[in-house]
Write a new protein. Structure first.
Length: 336
């Protein structure tokens, strides 16, 4: 695939924030597989069991073209010094404090990580003219129906987490308008797959199925999501990097089909061969009832579209979980 000339002239490494996270690890691995030199940056916070982050990191550190720097984007000038020293050809900014429920328990961590931390990335990019691909979220669309398109208004978020992701988009737009830094924002939709976060529903359900524990189903399991396989997201991130041009462009990266939580659990239960014990609960405060991605823009401009249906993705996920069951069940369940 031909890359944008403005990027191919830059010969430095690709710098990935949040490299020990689920999506960050997967993106770093794909970059390394195609021969890139990659620098990972991560604070290794304890929001998910650090053992999982260290496991992902160990896979990356087996590559000779990977190096890692530990640091907190919001608390020091380590990142700025790193950009000055390494002169990356691009930054893929995936570091963030995730989770809707936790944003009600510890709101300051979301301001620190998602706003102050992102500002540090944009400032470094401004000083050294570095293009950025950054993560946003389907949560910016708020609690609404219909198909979510990039042209829709996004001025009514349901959680502080969503508000910080929208704030990141606003800051990015401002930095493009003021400094003409090439920027691409990617709105991710319910990403799942091997080495995913422990607090995500699919992982949490799998754990509880195998341990024989009760599974809480918020909104009586009637919530609907665009469950999006990690392979599609990784492809989208790399295409956004390779096809970057002047401007600030936002894309959805999400499966267009929407599936009820009950259906996802039924698929998991079938693959594990374990009947689910469930507890029906009202909607979770701050959550939304549905997400449904329009992938038309990403398909048209980035040439990417989802290739894995949920049924196939759950089968792959269950196989991975079984293969790593001892380690995965040993992880601390901090978000049950």
């Amino acid at each position: 695939m031909a890359r944008n000339p403005s990027l191919t002239k830059r010969t430095g490494p690709v710098l990935v924030t949040g490299a020990a996270g689920f999506i960050g690890y997967s993106v770093c691995d794909a970059l390394l597989q195609r021969g890139e030199r990659v620098i990972g940056f991560d604070a290794l916070t304890p929001y998910n069991d650090p053992a999982l982050k260290k496991k992902r990191l160990s896979f990356l550190q087996a590559h000779k073209n990977f190096s890692f720097v530990k640091g907190d984007l919001s608390k020091s000038d380590t990142f700025l010094s790193l950009v000055k020293k390494e002169k990356p050809r691009a930054i893929i900014h995936l570091a963030a404090q995730a989770g809707v429920r936790y944003s009600q328990e510890n709101p300051q961590s979301y301001i620190d990580s998602n706003i102050t931390g992102s500002l540090a990335v944009f400032e470094a990019a401004r000083l050294f003219g570095t293009p950025i691909v950054y993560a946003s979220s389907s949560s910016v669309y708020g609690d609404r129906g219909g198909v979510f398109r990039e042209t829709d208004r996004t001025d009514s978020q349901s959680s502080l987490y969503a508000a910080t992701k929208k704030s990141t988009e606003i800051i990015a737009e401002n930095y493009y308008n003021l400094y003409r830094i090439p920027l691409v924002g990617l709105r991710f939709f319910t990403v799942y797959g091997p080495w995913m976060r422990t607090d995500l529903a699919m992982f949490s359900f799998a754990r509880k199925l195998l341990l024989g524990k009760e599974i809480p189903l918020f909104a009586n399991g009637k919530g609907k999501r665009s469950y999006t396989h990690i392979s599609f997201v990784v492809e989208g991130v790399l295409r956004a990097l390779d096809r970057m041009k002047g401007g600030h462009t936002i894309y959805n990266l999400g499966e267009e089909r929407t599936v009820e939580t009950n259906r996802m659990l039924a698929l998991l239960s079938k693959e594990f061969g374990v009947a689910a014990k469930t507890k029906l609960l009202p909607p979770q405060k701050g959550d939304v009832m549905m997400t449904r991605a329009s992938g038309a823009k990403a398909k048209r401009e980035l040439g990417v579209s989802s290739k894995m249906q949920l049924e196939q993705g759950v089968k792959e996920f269950a196989m991975w979980f079984r293969e790593n069951e001892k380690f995965l069940l040993s992880l601390k369940d901090m978000h049950s």
